[in-house]
Design a protein around this ligand. Structure first.
Ligand code: ZN
Length: 145
């Protein structure tokens, strides 16, 4: 006959003596707050439903959050391009890149590329921008896509 000692009580697994493994009650990993007696050593959810819930609200939610963050950066870029394009002659606007950057413009976020004889423009939804140098200053040309 085996008894739990203070020492092996910290382990998750023991044997009832009749061949049926016994696992200590554990908290479902989905965040529901319910406890259960696992049937397997590696069982972390009460059942498949709780596992699916964790899947839908865990990894997927984190992914959606990451996508949302990128979309936010793109929308901010578009807003800034729109504002500076409006200050141009209607065909294009050439501005100091520093000014756009100061408002939060981040050239690493764009939705596509478009080639032109001048170079490759980065597209942000409706607008496209091309970076360059003028008299040692970093400039940006903005056009409608
Ligand atoms: Zn659960």
């Amino acid at each position: 006959m085996r008894y739990f000692s203070q020492k092996n009580d910290n382990t998750n697994e023991d044997n009832t003596g009749n061949g049926v493994p016994y696992y200590k009650q554990r908290l479902c990993k989905c965040g529901c707050g319910l406890s259960f007696y696992p049937r397997r050593k590696d069982q972390v959810y009460i059942d498949r439903q709780h596992g699916n819930f964790a899947y839908n609200h865990g990894a997927r939610k984190r992914k959606q959050k990451a996508i949302h963050k990128i979309e936010k950066c793109l929308r901010r870029n578009e807003r800034i391009l729109e504002k500076y394009f409006a200050a141009g002659d209607g065909n294009a606007a050439i501005c100091s890149f520093i000014s756009l950057a100061a408002e939060g413009f981040n050239p690493d976020f764009f939705t596509g590329l478009v080639s032109s004889p001048e170079g490759t423009y980065n597209v942000v939804y409706k607008y496209a921008f091309l970076r360059g140098k003028y008299n040692g200053h970093s400039i940006i040309k903005i056009i409608l896509k």
